[in-house]
Ligand binder design. Sequence first.
Ligand code: HEC
Length: 144
Amino acid sequence: MMRRAVPALMAGLALAGAAPGGRDADQAHVDYMLKCQGCHRPDGSGDDRSAPPLRGMVARFLGAPGGREFLGRVPGVATANLDDARLANLLNWTLYRFDPDHVPGNFRPYTAAELGLLRQQPLRLDRVATRTRLVAGFTTAGKP
Ligand code: HEC
C-alpha cells in the first residue's frame, strides 16, 4: 500500500544529501518513518499513553535475560510489514540510533534468520507482563 511512496522518499533523502551510514541506514530510516514513528515519534521519544520511548531505553532490554527475544517478538516489530532482512536492519538501526549508550559491547546484530524465527511467535496478551518484568530487572540489576 505504501510501497510506492518509498522510492520517492528515498529520492528525496538522496537529493537532500541525507546519507549518513550508507544505504542500509537510509533504508532503515525510511522504514522507521513509514512503519514506526507514528507511535514512537520521529525522535524515538514515544508518548506516555500508547508507545514507550525508544530513546535512552530500547537497548537496555539487551542486557536483561530474555530481552533480546522480547525485542524481536514485540508486536510492533514482529508484525511489521517488512521482510526479515529489512526488519533486522531496522531493529539494529533503532538500537544504535536511539540508545547507543546501552548497546552492550558484545552485541551481535540481529540477523534476518534470527528475526524470522522470533517473529513467528509474536507476543500477544503476555506482552505487557513480560515488558514489566524486564523493565523491573533494569533497576534491580543496578544498571543505569
Ligand atoms: C501502533 C503503535 C506502534 C507501532 C506502529 C510500533 N510500535 Fe513499537 N511498541 C508499541 C508499544 C505499545 C510497545 C510496548 C509493548 C507493547 O505493548 O506492545 C512497543 C514496543 C516496542 C519495542 C520494545 C521496547 C519497549 O520499550 O517495549 C521496540 C523495540 C519497538 N516497539 C520497536 C518498534 C519498531 C521498530 C516499529 C516499526 C517497525 C514499531 N515499534 C512500531 C507501539 C507501536
